[in-house]
Design a protein around this ligand. Structure first.
Ligand code: BGP
Length: 475
């Protein structure tokens, strides 16, 4: 008996806005994610303090071409198949299907593109795992009614889901409603197309928008199950357990609070109602986010089938964070953990933290888990033959796979699959760089956009092929 179940879904993950390119091809509309430049203003655009609702002169928008998966998908999927992928996580660009978000009819060219992608996957026996929204929102919705600030966005999203579930019935059965839903609190423009207007209470606006996403997610879950009972719907959290900096109860309490800021979303999506601590918080702050009796009903009756999450690092909380250094992390920074090493981008490396996070999530929700992102962003330097010997990446993944195997085999956590992030090099979400690479497949392109886009296999390609072939035994 191996450590992983026989039908374990090994694979890899990408997102439309970071790999497809072709941002204005075949009727695709403009989205928030097309308007996030690389360079010093990126962060400000992501969090909405610098408004950019049109492409502006003098800026580089790395997502416009990305790695041009749009025109290379056959070649890329063939490489995934060569590694033995059982599953490929990808996202659909909303504005390929509904260019403005509120259009009457969907764009056939967009629908056809993903149909071709799914057929290509199926040709190799690869199960698609589809993220319905990976940060993107048609920018026309931001201009017209403020994107997720408004309830109108729920109708647009449900229509979009209806189109997807109907068109791809029998071709796709695993769906994620929103990528890293908790990101909306940190990067409202990048994650949801939301801009905070002058005089608005930013926190209230973000929770309001989050409520609309949560209701939309429950409505999509209902629809997915009605259209095809085979459909399985997951929520998706940017996870990573908060540890208390010390055993000082104040630190422990701080860590509990920080964890709750993230659990908040999954509590609603998995348990079907707002947790008491959230209700008290809204009451205390005087926030009315407009929860109707109908919202409560749809949330209660349509919880997710599984819990998916990204994991790059654990995090640390302290009652006196100013005493300790900060460290970078997946969008939100945290107190630096003195026991851990870090990647070149300062993200701390903690394989045991993955096992801890899995146990915490399973203890809380008792639903199957799916690790849909994990990996090491690193600088890869090809040798004179163009080969990247990425032993550092292999080591990172090996340790994380071992930790997840322990969670499965020793702790009994049910895990459906593992799709490491950026299985082919793509544009970084936080920095917009190409230089921050995660892939098993190298793509010849640099930060300035130069390169042939040629794909080549790194050392980790053959390593991961063996991992999959041995169902995780040969690491
Ligand atoms: C997550 C996102 C991805 C991805 C990943 C790695 O937040 O869901 O889109 O990019 O993190 O982050 P980065 O690209 O910033 O290294």
């Amino acid at each position: 008996m191996g450590r992983f179940p026989k039908d374990f879904l090994w694979g890899g993950a990408t997102a439309a806005n970071q790999c497809e390119g072709a941002y204005d091809v075949d009727g695709r509309g403009l989205a928030n994610v097309d308007l996030i430049p690389s360079g010093p203003e990126r962060r400000a655009v992501m969090n909405g303090t610098r408004r950019m609702l049109e492409c502006e002169e003098g800026y580089n928008y790395p997502g416009h071409e990305a790695i041009d998966f749009y025109h290379h998908y056959k070649e890329d999927i063939a490489l995934f198949a060569e590694m033995g992928f059982k599953c490929y996580r990808l996202s659909i660009a909303w504005s390929r299907i509904y260019p403005n978000g509120f259009d009457e009819e969907p764009n056939e060219a967009g629908l056809k593109f993903y149909e071709n992608v799914f057929d290509e996957c199926r040709k190799y026996g690869i199960e698609p795992l589809v993220t319905i929204v990976h940060f993107d929102a048609p920018v026309a919705c931001t201009k017209k009614f403020g994107s997720w600030k408004s309830r109108e966005m729920i109708d647009c999203y449900v229509k979009y889901c209806n189109t997807l579930f109907t068109r791809y019935k029998g071709k796709v059965k695993y769906w994620l409603t929103f990528n890293e839903i908790n990101m909306i609190l940190h990067m409202p423009f990048m994650a949801a197309g939301v801009l905070i207007d002058e005089g608005e209470n930013a926190e209230l606006v973000k929770y309001q928008a989050a409520h609309h996403e949560l209701v939309a997610s429950a409505m999509a879950t209902k629809l997915a199950h009605e259209i095809d009972p085979e459909n399985q719907i997951g929520c998706m959290l940017a996870a990573g357990q908060y540890y208390p900096y010390s055993c000082d109860p104040k630190d422990v309490f701080e860590a509990m609070k920080m964890n709750r800021d993230n659990y908040f979303f999954i509590d609603v999506q998995s348990r079907g109602e707002y947790p008491e601590y959230a209700k008290k918080f809204f009451e205390r702050e005087g926030y009315d986010i407009g929860i109707t009796a109908e919202d409560e009903k749809v949330l209660r009756e349509n919880t997710v089938d599984f819990i998916s999450f990204s994991y790059y690092s654990s995090r640390v909380a302290s009652a006196q964070p100013e005493l300790y250094g900060e460290t970078e992390g997946n969008i939100f920074s945290s107190v630096k953990n003195p026991h851990l090493k870090a990647s070149e981008w300062g993200w701390q490396i903690d394989p045991l933290g993955l096992r801890i996070t899995m146990n915490a999530l399973y203890d809380r929700y008792q639903k199957p888990l799916f690790i849909v992102e994990n990996g090491l962003g690193a600088v890869d330097t090809p040798d004179e033959n163009g080969f990247v010997d990425d032993q550092y990446r292999i080591e990172y993944l090996r340790e994380h796979i071992n930790a997840m195997a322990d969670a499965v085999d020793i702790d009994g956590v049910p895990l459906m699959g593992y799709t490491p992030w950026g299985c082919i090099d793509l544009v970084s979400a936080s920095t917009g760089e190409m230089k921050k690479r995660y892939g098993f497949i190298y793509v010849d392109k640099d930060n300035e956009g130069n390169g042939t886009l040629k794909r080549s296999k790194k050392a980790s390609f053959e390593w991961y092929r063996r991992v999959i072939a041995s169902n995780g035994e040969e690491l």
